[in-house]
Write a protein that binds this ligand. Structure first.
Ligand code: ADP
Length: 455
């Protein structure tokens, strides 16, 4: 096992990784920008190296500086967390060149999944089911439109380089295709510098169900079951749960085995997530594979009793997976709500300011709070305005959901506008309790979720 690792991230995920490293007796090196000089992750780590000014481009995204910090401090491995450099193939390659272990998959796997269309080609060859569509090299409007016409509307245009819900556009009928196509390409170009598009059948009421997989360097692969992340706003996750409600054992196994097939098709190692759309008739389709630890990994940890960061460290250190498929079991039900500094009454505009009062619910075996801030800290304009992840567990879905509502009602934050009331309204919405959920949930239940006198 390593004796020292560097964590190339900030906020809650940096703190989360430090906790596990400490448990395993591994020393930690934090990195930080100007805005984070006094932040919790710097405080928790054994050492800290300054990277540069506050904007990520001048600090957390500077791969060479991060690697130099690892070399200087004698860290043997780098954990990239999520976001920033976590899915950057060049960074991963440079780590290899400097003999520093990148705690994640091999460069080839990051590259293979970096483009949505290349990923689809690989999955098609591996017999993993895909949403019907076109993801070819011929990018002429006529060819892509013909594919859309042939499969029938509505369709979804996606930027092959896309991510974070950006560069996607629904087209509802043939007459609107040209306009939608031009707009999607413009957005893709400005967001990703690449306007290559693919087109898919737009499923109108799917669920987003993703499978957590893990592979080691000794040919072992397991799935740690599924997470339902259907509750989304602008294609971004808001509340996640595990396991997915209403899953039969047969479907769980089928999706799990498909996910492992996907991972094996690209020689995967470490933690990965295979995202599927699940249609109401039980058919499921590969969407993409995320080659990193995900924000919502704690719900999987709570239902399996495993520490996924520990698994990542062990696999990166060439150990075997801690458990076999037969040894893994689902126990109870977990939810995660993402607590954000944002104004839900004003188009979810990010909020900034000083957390003048901060009192999370008391942690217990039922309630976990993953955060990177303390009372008095500043939520700045420079980074994602997530304040914390609230994760709850209980023996079944109903009880876990009651825990979530209670914990949300106990969360006290002053100084910064948050989405806590919005999350509470979601958690107590009858349709949510009754499992009447698909990816359009927030839009369809707008009036119930946005009523103001919930608490
Ligand atoms: P990104 O990489 O930007 O996160 P994804 O391909 O993962 O994009 O899709 C994000 C979300 O968009 C999904 O969780 C789902 O809600 C919606 N979505 C994606 N593809 C389709 C589709 N073909 N039909 C309906 N909804 C879709």
């Amino acid at each position: 096992m390593f004796t020292k690792i560097l964590i190339a991230n900030r906020g809650e995920i940096a703190c989360r990784i430090i906790k596990t490293a400490r448990k395993l007796g591994i020393l930690t090196v934090a990195v930080y920008s100007d805005a984070d000089a006094n932040s919790l992750h710097v405080n928790m780590a054994d050492e800290a190296i300054y990277l540069g000014p506050s904007p990520s481009r001048e600090s957390y995204l500077l791969g060479d500086k991060v690697i130099a910090a690892a070399v200087k401090t004698g860290a043997q491995a780098i954990h990239p967390g999520y976001g920033f450099l976590s899915e950057n193939a060049d960074f991963c390659r440079k780590c290899e060149q400097e003999n520093i272990i990148f705690i994640g998959p091999p460069v080839s796997a990051i590259e293979a999944m970096g483009s949505k269309s290349a990923a689809k080609n690989i999955m098609e060859a591996a017999n993993v089911p895909l949403v019907p569509g076109y993801h070819g090299d011929d990018q002429s409007e006529a060819v892509i439109k013909k594919a859309a016409d042939d499969m029938g509307y509505p369709v979804l245009l996606k930027a092959t380089a896309g991510g974070g819900g950006k560069g996607m556009r629904q087209v509802w009928n043939e007459a609107d295709f040209s306009e939608g196509f031009a707009a999607a390409k413009r957005e893709a170009k400005s967001s990703f510098g690449d306007d290559t598009m693919l087109v898919e059948k737009y499923l109108t009421q799917p669920r987003h169900v993703e499978i957590q997989v893990f592979c080691d360097n000794h040919d072992n692969a397991v799935y740690l079951f599924e997470r339902d992340c259907s509750v989304q706003r602008r294609h971004q996750k808001v509340i996640e749960e595990a396991p997915a409600f209403g899953m039969s054992e047969a479907l769980r196994q089928q999706m799990g085995e498909s996910a492992i097939k996907s991972a094996k098709a690209i020689g995967y190692q470490g933690a990965g997530t295979v995202e599927f759309l699940l249609d109401s008739d039980g058919s499921f389709y590969f969407m993409e594979m995320n080659t990193r630890l995900q924000v919502e990994h704690p719900v999987t940890e709570l239902i399996t009793g495993q520490d996924l960061v520990e698994w990542q460290l062990r696999v990166a250190a060439n150990e075997k997976l801690p458990k076999s498929q037969e040894q893994l079991r689902i126990h109870g039900h977990a939810f995660e709500a993402r607590i954000y500094a944002e104004d839900t009454n004003n188009d979810f505009l990010p909020a900034t300011g000083k957390l003048s009062f901060l009192q999370p619910p008391t942690e217990s075996r039922h309630v976990r709070v993953d955060t990177g801030v303390r009372q008095g800290d500043e939520v700045s304009v420079f980074y994602d305005p997530m304040i914390a992840k609230l994760i709850v567990w209980d023996e079944n879905r109903d009880k876990a959901l009651q825990r979530l509502a209670k914990a949300l009602s106990e969360y006290r934050i002053s100084g910064v506008t948050t989405n806590i009331d919005f999350l509470y309204n979601l958690a107590t919405c009858p349709a949510f309790i009754n499992e009447n959920i698909d990816t359009g949930f927030i839009e369809t239940h707008h009036d119930q979720i946005f009523h103001s006198d919930a608490q």
